[in-house]
Design a protein around this ligand. Structure first.
Ligand code: HAX
Length: 441
């Protein structure tokens, strides 16, 4: 067993014993009460999922195994001292729980490079889809098509003992993460560069290679991609994409099935699609106002019009966060450091001043502050990746790191199938109104 897998198993099996002990000794303890409001507003705040990779605090933002984003930017290994951390290092941290050495990260990078071969039929599936099918549709379908490669599925069919499920799942997870950049870049070049494909460079790191295969080889873009892949990698377990992968996986579906399903969730406008919506919405504003240097008053009027039309302001609000997303701040910091004079980034910063008071005034919006998606598109746009319908695919490549680290952990824990209970609406009504009526809703 190669050493990263071995270290993972050593750590995870200790936690697994603890999981079993807690389950056996305390299964009947009450840990939380559930209000009807929580049930009817998307199950917010109910502690229902075990996820070890990261934890989201409403006011402070995300911490990965206890480390904030500024701490990760300082502590995780980098290729150069002025660069951004390598996402491989964050994956190692989420998998094993320790900050890796430079050597660990280089080994992981090499491991991904050796696993990166994508079978031809996956490209054939992509090529069979009409050009107007969205990049996320192609991405999800390609991941599903790759399930032919599932080692877990073969092991299961051969009758493997359930205590070894984690082993073949680990192999699937590593292979899938390694292959996603190639699949994503293929879709990008097919859609926007006349299907002129660029072969991977196995000497590059995981994120650098993605940029390379998309056709971008500057050190600036590699640095951005490394940051991008780190900050989007995980957001605890309850967000739609992570939760979907976990739920589908609970039926012992293989990681390809589960991650393909997760990507259809990420593709929704209230989740990862928001990163493209932001640039679409700003571009529309520039067109409508006929200027890329709008006044504060013009921007405020445009925001209010969006709300009056019954639409959301994309990139603002969050189901858990109640302050500015530190992933937004990290990107703002990146822009301040490396980018001078960019009209789109200026508008993103202008919106940060103007949108929160407008959303606060609406009254019902719990979080008027920007989330990760408010900034990410403007950075990609700055470096020439202007095809914003593709942006959610990049988010999807990154999110695999956290979601799939959790996925293999679930197998070590021997997580059971998920099956919450549902009731008709009148059951909830009768429960809170304390009476039984035959009135149907
Ligand atoms: N603009 C306008 N209205 C908003 C809003 C926004 N940015 N954010 C929330 N609201 C509205 C909601 O639509 C809801 O209205 P109704 O009662 O009429 O249904 C009301 O305010 C209360 O919502 P909430 O409790 O504050 O927020 P939710 O937990 O229901 O939703 C969302 C959280 C992120 C989905 C929401 O803030 C939103 O739609 N934001 C814009 C889209 C967006 O940026 N999504 C990306 C989020 C981050 C992410 O997952 N990235 O992948």
């Amino acid at each position: 067993m190669e050493y990263i897998k071995y270290r993972f198993f050593q750590k995870a099996s200790k936690c697994s014993k603890e999981f079993q002990r807690i389950k056996n000794e305390h299964a009947d303890k009450v840990i939380a009460e559930v209000t009807l409001g929580q049930v009817l507003t998307g199950m917010k705040g109910i502690p229902l999922l075990v996820t070890d990779t990261s934890k989201l605090d409403p006011n402070e933002g995300i911490r990965f195994k206890g480390y904030s984003i500024p701490e990760l930017r300082e502590k995780l290994p980098k290729i150069s001292s002025t660069g951004e951390p390598l996402p491989e290092g964050l994956f190692y941290l989420m998998l094993i729980g320790e900050i890796p050495t430079h050597e660990d990260v280089m080994n992981l990078s090499k491991d991904f490079a050796t696993r990166a071969h994508v079978p031809q039929h996956v490209f054939d599936v992509i090529d069979a889809m009409p050009m107007n099918s969205r990049p996320m549709t192609q991405f999800s379908a390609a991941i599903l098509a790759m399930a032919t490669e599932s080692i877990f599925q073969k092991a299961y069919r051969a009758g493997v003992n359930k205590k070894y499920y984690w082993d073949s799942t680990y192999e699937d997870v590593m292979n899938l993460i390694a292959r996603l950049p190639r699949v994503a870049a293929y879709i990008y070049r097919r859609n926007f560069y006349n299907n002129e494909q660029i072969e991977p460079n196995p000497r590059l790191d995981w994120a650098g290679n993605l940029a390379h295969m998309m056709g971008f080889d500057s050190e600036d873009i590699r640095r951005l991609f490394r940051l991008y892949m780190v900050i989007h990698a995980d957001h605890e377990g309850g967000n739609v994409s992570a939760h979907t992968a976990h739920l589908v996986g609970s039926a012992l579906s293989n990681p390809y099935y589960a991650y393909s399903a997760a990507m259809t969730g990420l593709a929704g406008p209230l989740h990862g699609f928001a990163n493209q919506d932001v640039i679409h919405w700003i571009s529309q504003m520039i067109e409508d106002l006929d200027t890329d240097k709008p006044t504060d008053e013009q921007v405020a009027t445009y925001c209010k019009k969006t709300l009056e039309e019954g639409r959301v302001i994309p990139g603002y609000g969050h189901a858990v966060l109640r302050k500015t997303d530190p992933r937004f701040t990290a990107q703002q910091d990146f822009a301040e450091k490396y980018i001078k004079d960019d009209a789109m980034i200026d508008i993103v910063n202008q919106l940060y001043k103007i949108v929160p008071p407008i959303l606060s005034n609406v009254g019902k919006i719990k979080n008027p502050w920007p989330n990760v998606d408010a900034f990410s598109g403007s950075l990609l746009y700055h470096y020439g990746i202007e095809e914003y319908t593709f942006y959610t695919v990049l988010f999807g490549v990154s999110r695999a790191l956290g979601v799939l680290a959790s996925f293999v952990n679930d197998r070590v824990y021997g997580m059971p199938i998920e099956r919450p209970t549902s009731h008709p609406l009148e059951w909830f009504r009768d429960k809170v109104e304390g009476k039984k009526s035959n009135k149907k809703c």
